[in-house]
Structures are given as C-alpha cells and as structure tokens.
Design a protein around this ligand. Structure first.
Ligand code: AP5
Ligand code: MG
Length: 222
C-alpha cells in the first residue's frame, strides 16, 4: 500500500498513521517529524526550516520535494509507505506523481481526515508531544501541571511552539489556502477517501481499515 494521510493541523494524521504502520507493516514518512528531527540534531537544514515552522508557514516546495524523494528511495519504503504531511501544495503533489512515475509506483489512496476548525483548535490546545520522539499525548490544564515522561522513550513532554493558539490559527489558514486544493486534485484522480475525522480515534481507525480493505479487494480482483 502506498498511502497519503491528509488533513489540517490536528486532524489526526500522526495518530492514524501509527495504526497504519502496525496494520500494513510499512513506514510512515512524516515530514513534520523529519524536520523536527533535523532541528534537534542542529543541522543546517534544521536551521533553515526553523523560522517557517515556528511562524506556521510552509517550508519551500523545493526543499520538501528533495527530502521526500530521498526518503522514498530508502529500502524500508520499497514495499509501501504512508505519507503524513506531504504533499501540502499542488506543486508538491505534481512532483510526487513525477517521482513515483520514475519509480514505477503510484499512490493507492489518499485518506482525508475532515475536521472542523473549532475541533482542530481544541485538540491542539491539549496536545503535548515528546521532545525526543514526537509521540503525542493529551492533557487537560489541571493534569498538565505535573506532566509524566514519554512512555515510549522517557523523553520530556512539551507543547510544540507551533501549537500556540495564534500559530494554530495561521496553520489552519495556510492549510485552507495552499493545501485544501489537493482535495480536488486527488478527487480528480479518484483516490480521495473522505473520512469524518471527528469520530473517536477508534471509529476513524475502523473506517480507514474498512475502506482500505475495499481498495485492496478491488485491486486483487482486477
Ligand atoms: P506537521 O508536524 O506535519 O504538522 P501538521 O500538519 O500541522 O499536523 P499536526 O502534526 O499538528 O497534526 P496531526 O494531523 O498529525 O494530528 P495528531 O495525530 O497529532 O508539520 C509541522 C510544520 O512543518 C508545518 O507547519 C510546516 O512548517 C512544516 N512542514 C511539514 N511538512 C511540510 C511540507 N510537506 N511542506 C511544507 N512545509 C512542511 O492529533 C492532534 C491531537 O488530536 C492529538 O492530541 C491527538 O491525540 C488528538 N486526536 C487525534 N485524533 C483524534 C480523534 N479522532 N478524536 C479526538 N482527539 C484526537
Ligand atoms: Mg502530526
């Protein structure tokens, strides 16, 4: 399976990708996580993208296309991949189609997690992430006074700087302006699976599993 998990900031892309990794045994290529790892490592690329990320803006297409192209060619992505956070512009989607053509591969489905602005804002205000592995947690303000350590690697939990309410509003505007046009792009390719991302995590997971099973069955019978 070659999948894209698509949606606004806080739509649940990372949350659902974690289940897809388990189900299909393929890696998630999460561009936001990759960029944060570069920043943690203090690389030149990390320095270059910091300003864009902290302002809630998109990193330039040329950089993102190069990073993704390299990652897609690594051996663990040979039998499939889950793209989380890429593509984010029509230019990135066109570049992805071109790079997959070269590799003689194609996207099987684009899972669009549809969530209202108010729910996105609410979710991100309660989200805490691990500083070292990006694992995601939720805490109410009273619980957040004594935060535990990450259960995956014991890292410190923190609120991403781009989860500040003003930056969240900006990220959602950027999504609507630059990324939402991909809904039409992938609808035209008959690849979009439009999912109600406001159901519970388990219900969203079940809906994705059901739809992907249908796609696999369809591919098998062709
Ligand atoms: P990135 O890290 O990709 O951020 P994002 O797209 O804004 O998405 P998030 O990670 O904030 O949300 P998510 O959809 O993963 O939600 P999650 O599962 O955590 O990108 C960061 C930045 O990097 C960008 O702003 C940009 O600067 C740059 N960048 C990255 N890729 C780029 C590209 N291709 N081009 C240009 N720039 C790029 O869930 C959110 C919260 O909701 C969690 O607390 C979770 O527990 C909760 N939750 C999830 N599902 C549910 C549910 N069903 N019910 C209730 N709660 C739920
Ligand atoms: Mg994410």
């Amino acid at each position: 399976m070659n999948l894209i998990v698509f949606g606004a900031p806080g739509a649940g892309k990372g949350t659902q990708s974690a289940y897809l990794i388990e189900t299909y045994r393929i890696p998630a290529i999460a561009t936001g996580d990759m960029l944060r790892a570069q920043r943690r490592a203090g690389t030149a690329l990390g320095d270059q993208v910091k300003g864009y990320m902290d302002r809630g803006e998109l990193v330039p297409d040329s950089l993102m296309v190069d990073i993704t192209k390299d990652r897609l060619q690594q051996s663990d992505a040979r039998d499939g991949f889950i793209l989380d956070g890429f593509p984010r512009t029509v230019a990135q989607a066109e570049a992805l189609d071109a790079m997959l053509d070269q590799l003689r591969r194609r996207i099987d489905a684009v899972i669009y997690l549809r969530v209202s602005r108010q729910v996105l804002i609410d979710r991100l205000s309660h989200r805490y992430s691990c500083r070292t592995c990006d694992a995601v947690y939720n805490f109410r303000p009273d619980q957040a006074r004594a935060l535990p350590r990450c259960t995956v690697d014991g890292g410190e939990l923190y609120q991403r700087p781009d989860d500040h309410p003003e930056i969240v509003a900006r990220r959602i505007d950027v999504f609507l302006k630059h990324t939402a046009p991909l809904i039409d792009y992938y609808t035209a390719q008959h690849k979009l699976e439009n999912i109600d991302g406001q159901m519970s995590v388990a219900e969203v997971r079940a809906d994705i599993t059901r739809r992907l099973a249908g796609i696999r069955k369809g591919a098998g019978s062709r």
